[in-house]
Design a protein around this ligand. Structure first.
Ligand code: MG
Length: 236
């Protein structure tokens, strides 16, 4: 599904989300959030956490706190609650890379794009696996995590920081994300924004969030990298 017509162009960098994009992890995240919030005695809906995907942990905690108590959590409280959610997530069975994502990243690397991780997460459970699952793609200096930004997605700051790390500007960047808030952040950063549906969120929601193009799976995006990125214009 395309909004602006299929573009074939010569990006220098790809700024790539982690949860729900590189890893099939969103179900576990929703479970961990639901359990942590329920432990506080606060009512919440399991599936609402899919809607907050892309936000930093503190942002998500404050959404719940404002609804339940009418105010934000204190910074200490938020830190402790996010730690608890992280523990719950780490106790769940390991998640697998999203089917097609390793091939997609390899296709980008083969075309000499710089790949940068742009995630709202700060969880080591997955960050520590990146080098093994995506060799050479996301070295330490090429990661924007929830610890590196003051404003999480849907604010463009995470993607703008990713461009800084890669030394590129928005016109030479693509953003890849599976969630509406991530797509909003990518579009707001000025990057050509690719939405990929990998969970319950419909394609139209990603187009509405500002995606330039949406693929129905990571496999489909991997199949189309060669069409999207014009080899004749490739900058070296
Ligand atoms: Mg995601």
């Amino acid at each position: 599904m395309e909004r602006n017509g299929l573009m074939s162009f010569a990006p220098a960098a790809a700024l790539i989300d982690m949860d729900g994009t590189l890893y099939d992890s969103m179900g576990h995240h929703a479970d961990a959030w639901y359990r942590m919030i329920s432990e506080l005695g606060i009512d919440c809906d399991h599936d609402e956490f899919f809607m907050y995907e892309g936000r930093t942990g503190v942002d998500t905690i404050n959404i719940i706190f404002r609804r339940a108590y009418g105010h934000d959590a204190s910074p200490e409280e938020a830190k402790e609650l996010y730690r608890r959610k992280t523990v719950l997530f780490s106790e769940m069975p390991p998640v697998a890379p999203m089917p097609g994502a390793q091939r997609m990243v390899k296709e980008l690397l083969d075309r000499r794009l710089t790949t940068v991780l742009v995630t709202g997460s700060g969880q080591n459970t997955l960050l520590s696996r990146l080098d093994k699952d995506y060799p050479g793609a996301f070295p330490e200096g090429m990661r924007v995590t929830g610890h590196d930004v003051t404003k999480g997605k849907p604010h463009p700051e995470p993607f703008l920081k990713g461009m800084q790390l890669a030394g590129v500007n928005a016109e030479n960047s693509i953003a890849i994300d599976n969630a509406p808030l991530g797509v909003m952040a990518g579009a707001a950063s000025g990057a050509f924004t690719i939405g990929v549906t990998t969970g319950p969120i419909p394609e139209q929601a990603l187009l509405d969030a500002g995606a330039d193009i949406v693929y129905p799976s990571m496999e489909a995006l991997a199949d189309n990298i060669g069409k999207l990125i014009n080899p004749f214009n490739m900058s070296i």
